[in-house]
Design a protein around this ligand. Structure first.
Ligand SMILES: Cc1cc2nc3c(=O)[nH]c(=O)nc-3n(C[C@H](O)[C@H](O)[C@H](O)COP(=O)(O)OP(=O)(O)OC[C@H]3O[C@@H](n4cnc5c(N)ncnc54)[C@H](O)[C@@H]3O)c2cc1C
Length: 401
């Protein structure tokens, strides 16, 4: 009998993608070691949008009800002009034949993380190693080896049959498989602030998710169950303290929606945004997923969702391999999900940025006319929400062999 190590998968990173991966594999009876450098699951505010097919996928974990309870259902989203008002409002009810969740759910990503983490707690197949940092990865004679640094600073080598790098943008695993990470860095920083002010007092027709276009200074307003989040582009040459200073935040918010009172801001983060896709997601028994494999701007909420879609695609194929399918089955995962990252996620998010920041008046009007035309035509409207909710990319991926 071969040792149990044959079924052992190491997952690096307990972000949402690593946690989905660990849950999927353990549910199929695969032994998993999940390695996370942080001593506790991070609670910082990052993505908060869950698209309909992602909620459909997460449903079997039994976590969606709780996400809905903690979150906010958003049946529409819109493009606005900062001065003119609504350009186009997209209705997700048009997806009712295609999903059990015809809406975007706003729920902070750490809430999903905690639900998925709790689900692993009593599973004897899963070992979670918090405070443990992956430092080197290599193929061994019959599997993979991961060198880690433990909380006390000592080292250890973990052995497994497969290794999945869900270790975010600075992925050690991506470096180990020798993948290039070509693309661009967006010239401005993205500053997000949470405020208790309800922007619908000033804009009663505002959707819970609204992208406000402007040649001088575009911004985004996203409502969660507790606060509104506002996102502004900020000059990247400023130092970090200046970018997130209360004075700058107040200036930006007052510039967007002037009020006699000061804005109560409960949280501020600024982060650098990239558009990059790894040249391959697989090398032998080592695979990457989520931000380790692709990063993009958040305009459209596709990064986290795309990462979760990676995890489902990958785990489906990995389970086939564990049960005897050829190892190169994993290459198809790479081909399929890279294509989505390049052709759908990157294209859509870059286009959204162009709609928001294009300066030339003729080009802006052309974008607006196109969006108005899509909303007015039921077939185009449905096609648009199929693509922007990422349902279409999940269907099209089957055509990639
Ligand atoms: C500051 C910030 C704000 C963001 N805001 C938004 C937003 O507003 N909207 C949006 O759509 N998207 C946003 N994103 C992007 C979104 O959060 C990511 O797409 C999503 O987190 C990807 O999930 P992931 O699991 O692939 O990676 P991550 O969430 O990055 O998780 C990777 C995990 O791996 C761990 N790790 C890393 N290296 C190692 C190692 N060597 N050993 C062990 N563990 C390791 C990390 O600690 C982390 O827990 C933001 C990202 C950042 C960084």
């Amino acid at each position: 009998m071969r040792p149990q190590i044959e079924q052992h998968v190491i997952v690096v990173g307990a972000g949402p993608v690593g946690l989905v991966t660990a849950n999927l594999l353990a549910d199929e009876g695969v032994r998993v070691t999940l390695v996370e450098t942080c001593a506790e699951l991070p609670r910082d505010l990052r993505a908060s949008t869950f698209h309909p097919p992602t909620l459909d996928m997460l449903e079997p974990f039994g976590v969606v009800g709780s996400m809905i309870e903690q979150g906010l259902i958003c049946p529409t989203w819109q493009f606005r002009d900062r001065n003119e008002g609504v350009i186009a409002t997209f209705e997700l009810a048009r997806l009712s034949p295609d999903t059990k969740h015809p809406y975007r759910l706003q729920c902070e990503q750490w809430r999903l993380g905690e639900l998925l983490y709790a689900r692993l707690a009593n599973n004897l197949l899963v070992t979670v190693r918090l405070g443990t940092t992956a430092v080197a990865v290599r193929h061994s004679a019959d599997g993979v080896e991961l060198d880690v640094t433990l909380p006390d600073g000592s080292g250890e080598t973990i052995q497994g049959m497969f290794l999945i790098g869900a270790d975010g943008i600075g992925s050690v695993v991506r470096h180990a498989i020798g993948a290039a990470f070509d693309g661009i860095t967006i010239p401005e920083l993205f500053l997000t602030m949470s405020t208790t002010y309800d922007f619908r007092e000033t804009m009663p027709d505002l959707s819970n998710i609204s992208y406000l276009s402007d040649p001088r200074e575009w911004y985004v307003l996203i409502r969660t169950a507790r606060v509104w989040r506002a996102l502004f582009p900020v000059d990247a040459s400023l130092d970090d303290k200046d970018v997130t200073s209360p004075a700058r935040g107040e200036r930006l918010l007052q510039g967007a929606v002037p009020r006699s009172q000061t804005y109560e801001v409960t949280h501020r983060t600024a982060y650098r945004v990239h558009e990059r896709v790894a040249s391959t997601y697989v090398k032998g028994r080592m695979v990457i997923a989520g931000d380790a494999a692709h990063v993009n701007n958040p305009l459209g909420g596709m990064g986290l969702n795309g990462g979760i879609h990676d995890a489902f695609n990958l785990c489906g194929k990995l389970i086939e391999v564990v049960r005897g399918a050829p190892l190169d089955t994993l290459e198809r995962y790479s081909r399929q999900r890279r294509k989505v990252a390049l052709d759908v996620v990157q294209q859509t998010t870059l286009r959204n940025r162009s709609i928001l920041n294009t300066r030339e008046p003729g080009a802006r009007e052309a974008y607006y006319d196109e969006l108005r035309g899509i909303v007015a035509d039921p077939e185009k409207h449905r096609g648009y929400v199929m693509r922007t909710s990422m349902i279409q990319s999940l269907r099209d991926v089957d055509k990639v062999k």
